[in-house]
Design a protein around this ligand. Structure first.
Ligand SMILES: Nc1ncnc2c1ncn2[C@@H]1O[C@H](COP(=O)(O)OP(=O)(O)O)[C@@H](O)[C@H]1O
Ligand SMILES: [Mg+2]
Length: 288
């Protein structure tokens, strides 16, 4: 399977939310990273054929998704960022409703619903009302409705917003499990959501993809450029003016600054291994 953005732009009035994006998704987990307003949801809604590009085309296996209609919908699973729930529905009833919308027969729906509920580990709460579920459970129910039709292409827009850290771990593992044999596109601004699972990362900024590749290949860009240095409290401020500081960890007798620099920034600095958090900041804090 191949999903290709060909010179895709999206304008909202005079605002250019997406600017001439070219990218091809194949099988694997794609992490779409970007700050609020960078264009993630816009790109996702275009990929889901819910909005039309102002310019350019989106091709699924070489065919424009505009013309693919029902064929495209049948391979697509989508969890929107602002997923509307039905608080009075039980999990089961909600999935039954969605299954009907997706064209399941009354005869086939129940078995599939039980199968999906078990995949997302919600079988034991299937008769609970949605209002009674935790944030993490609701998002897993959101995944359940998205995978009902066993989609080849699964798109999740900020699925971990409002989910507590423990549930996030569970969620990550779930995505990893269900990704096998599919294309999964997951947007987030939380690096740890996709740190160990994404096969490809895309960094978005101001409607453009400013970096993409495997986590390893992207991290190589930062080889030799991440440094740590311990300094007394009183001196820390001056380094903020001079260097691009990634983080500051305070100790009893001073602090450790983590920073970007081409070449050794100061005598006492130690080179350290770059991580995805550094990479994220590298792409978003580019002031140039
Ligand atoms: N329906 C809309 N009408 C006008 N502007 C929009 C609309 N949707 C998004 N935008 C704007 O487009 C830009 C990208 O938004 P969005 O795609 O939602 O980014 P993200 O999902 O990364 O937060 C933002 O500046 C946002 O305000
Ligand atoms: Mg969004």
């Amino acid at each position: 399977m191949e999903l290709q953005l060909e010179n895709v732009s999206k304008n909202y009035g005079t605002l250019r939310a997406l600017k001439q994006v070219n990218y091809t998704f194949t099988e694997g987990i794609y992490g779409l990273l970007g700050a609020n307003g960078s264009g993630k949801t816009t790109m996702i809604r275009l990929l889901c054929n819910l909005q039309k590009p102002t310019e350019g085309r989106i091709l699924f296996d070489g065919k424009d998704i505009k013309k693919a209609g029902q064929n495209y919908r049948s391979i697509l699973g989508y969890l929107p960022q602002d997923f509307g729930y039905y608080p009075d529905f039980t999990c089961y009833k909600f999935l039954f409703y969605i299954a009907t919308l997706k064209g399941f027969s009354k005869k086939n729906a129940p078995d599939r619903i039980i199968e999906v509920l078990s995949q997302v580990d919600l079988l034991d709460v299937k008769d609970k009302e949605i209002r009674q579920l935790s944030g993490g459970m609701r998002q897993r129910l959101g995944i359940a409705q998205a995978i009902l039709n066993d989609p080849k292409l699964l798109i999740l827009d900020e699925p971990t917003v409002g989910v507590d850290p423990q549930e996030r771990v569970k969620f990550r593992n779930l995505v990893h499990r269900i990704a096998h044999g599919r294309t999964v596109i997951l947007s987030t601004h939380i690096v740890s959501d996709i740190e160990y699972t994404a096969t490809q990362l895309l960094f978005m900024r101001l409607g453009q993809i400013v970096g993409s590749g495997t986590p390893d290949s992207l991290l190589q860009q930062l080889d030799g450029k991440i440094w740590e240095c311990s300094v007394p409290f009183g001196e820390a401020d001056q380094y903020y003016d001079k260097f691009k500081i990634i983080s500051q960890i305070n100790h009893e007798d001073g602090c450790t600054l983590r920073l970007f620099h081409e070449g050794k920034p100061m005598e006492a600095a130690k080179q350290v291994k770059a991580n995805l958090e550094d990479l994220y900041l590298y792409h978003f804090d580019k002031t140039k």
